[in-house]
Design a protein around this ligand. Structure first.
Ligand code: GRF
Length: 196
């Protein structure tokens, strides 16, 4: 299965996918390219270090959002992936791309959807919301991407305990380590094996 991974930041979820392919917990899968909207994303360094083609396609490099959208969709069409994985990707996916790749785009969100998701809930803000509400359990969700934000069909979820004294940073790290880096590779493996 040919996958493209879209990233914006540190790429720890990308690293989990790379590790999963290398230790064979993700079968029959090849990352054909990593695409970032951020030229400085450490995720691009991780790609390079692992011999994976990396590319920056940033809205800043285009005269309009429409031009960026066209360029992103064109890149996907060129690569012709079986699956597009959003791994900490913070740019809105063009609706044309959602339509063209229905049920072929998955996203990892660092909460148990439908809690703490949707507009404005990304990165640390998700964990700040969970701590503010005082939930005892949070976690992560892998879901198919549809036209909305974090609204597509849920594929996998994994719960994580919130602990006394947690800061957003401590909670984010636990959710990444105990949930995100487990269920994203697992979802890709299940899709590769036709189990979803
Ligand atoms: C993190 O906030 C993670 O919870 C979310 O995207 C952000 C960056 O992740 N999924 P990564 O380290 O770039 O994979």
């Amino acid at each position: 299965m040919r996958i493209v991974v879209l990233v914006s930041g540190g790429g720890t979820n990308l690293q989990a996918i790379i590790d999963g392919i290398n230790n064979n917990t993700i079968r029959d899968t090849e990352i054909v390219e990593v695409v970032s909207n951020n030229a400085n994303a450490y995720a691009l360094t991780r790609a390079k270090e692992n011999g994976i083609n990396g590319k920056c396609i940033s809205p800043k490099d285009f005269a309009s959002r429409e031009d960026f959208n066209r360029a992103l969709v064109a890149e996907m069409d060129n690569l012709n992936p079986d699956l597009i994985v959003l791994a900490g990707y913070l740019v809105n996916i063009p609706s044309e791309m959602v339509k063209k790749y229905t049920n072929k785009i998955i996203n990892i969100h660092p909460s148990l959807i439908p809690s703490f998701c949707g507009k404005g809930y990304y990165g640390l803000k998700v964990h700040e919301g969970a701590l503010k509400r005082g939930v005892k359990i949070t976690g992560a969700t892998v879901h198919f991407v549809d036209e909305g934000t974090d609204t597509g069909p849920i594929i996998l979820q994994k719960a994580v305990e919130v602990k006394e004294g947690d800061t957003p940073e401590i909670l984010q790290k636990r959710v990444m380590e105990e949930a995100e880096w487990v269920i994203l590779p697992k979802a890709i493996d299940m899709i590769a094996k036709g189990e979803i």
